[in-house]
Unconditional design. Structure first.
Lengths: 186, 186
DNA sequence: CAAAAGTCATTAGGATGCTAATCGTCAGCC
DNA sequence: GGCTGACGATTAGCATCCTAATGACTTTTG
């Protein structure tokens, strides 16, 4: 499930040429956009391979990390999280979260317990098995991140983060803003 | 199908703290990695919304763009491309490409014709309907790319591309290299 | 020339994640 | 107390993309 289906990005000259046909095309923006998606795909692929080798999908890993982060947070108010909380802090729907939790329960990585106060809710918590699993998995995972960013000096990494953050902030407002159904002329 | 399941990236201090538990964790690399994936997701989401509004999936759009690029390439040797060529230049398998072409044929966006010389092969080519569709769709698509990159000056965009390219080159070798089955200790 | 090996497209079956609809529970209001 | 509307979790059905296996065809080789 790559974000960009193109393996070889177009040369800059091709973008310049295409801009003759489409005046809306800004070659510099387009180049940056394509590189962003392509690099993100490749980086994602590299870490995901590690996860699948350990028999866990990316989505399930994300849920484990969310729970792990919460269980290691001193401000944590309660034990475990509800499926709704997990879904809200992820980029998946509640229905999808139900499915993710299903498979995690099947593999004994999390436990579902009914909330005492509100019987609509469930609480999801890591099992010791999951803790051990993460302790085995995470070192390699972090090593891969470091390996990926190896060609960049620390200051280059800071620059990258700064630039990406500008885009991220802007994209978030763009994505959240036009919930008004009609974003483009049809 | 986001790459990163985390909506809110961890604060840098949390990474520093986690590095105490996991000495393999390089906070700066980790931060850069997470920002890369997160920003890529958000940027992707923004352009994909435009595509779904026009009733086309991201994968199908990619195939159309590949065919469009080839048909506008003066060096193009022959008319159309084979499914294998399309799959090789994409990030999907040949089986997936068959499915993508199926739906594109159903929507009359491409035509399948048998290759005269090699009867194992098919040739896939855009229909006039697809050309018109792209001419209608692409301006908005390019505008979205430009809008996304708007907060960055042109020189910042160049810097971003340069940094991303370093990562991309390195990640490509990392991904292609260890085809030797044993990438990590099990 | 004919068997073996390789290539191309496709099919079958599975995993993942979505939207929409459903069921149970809670909270406000008469 | 008993409706009514809102919310939490789940289910059902769908789309996408994967791996592995299959059948048709071409090329190589004895």
């Amino acid at each position: 499930m790559p974000h960009l289906i193109l393996k070889n990005l177009p040369r800059y000259e091709c973008l310049l040429e295409a801009a003759n046909t489409f005046p809306e095309l800004d070659p510099s923006s387009c180049e940056a956009f394509l590189h962003l998606l392509r690099t993100g795909d490749e980086a994602f692929l590299y870490t995901e391979r590690n996860l699948t080798e350990h028999g866990i999908s990316h989505g399930r890993f994300g849920v484990l990390m969310l729970l792990w982060g919460q269980s290691h947070n001193p401000e944590a108010h309660r034990h475990g999280m509800t499926p709704a909380e997990l879904a809200d802090q992820s980029n998946v729907t509640r229905a999808t979260m139900t499915g993710l939790i299903d498979t995690l329960v099947r593999d004994a990585f999390v436990k579902r317990t009914a909330d005492k106060d509100d019987r609509r809710m469930m609480r999801v918590a890591l099992t010791p098995k999951a803790e051990k699993f993460l302790e085995r998995l995470l070192p390699g995972h972090f090593q891969r991140m470091a390996a990926l960013m190896n060609p960049l000096s620390q200051s280059e990494q800071k620059t990258l983060v700064k630039l990406l953050n500008k885009i991220l902030q802007h994209a978030s407002t763009l994505n959240a803003g036009p919930a008004s159904k009609s974003a483009a002329a049809r």
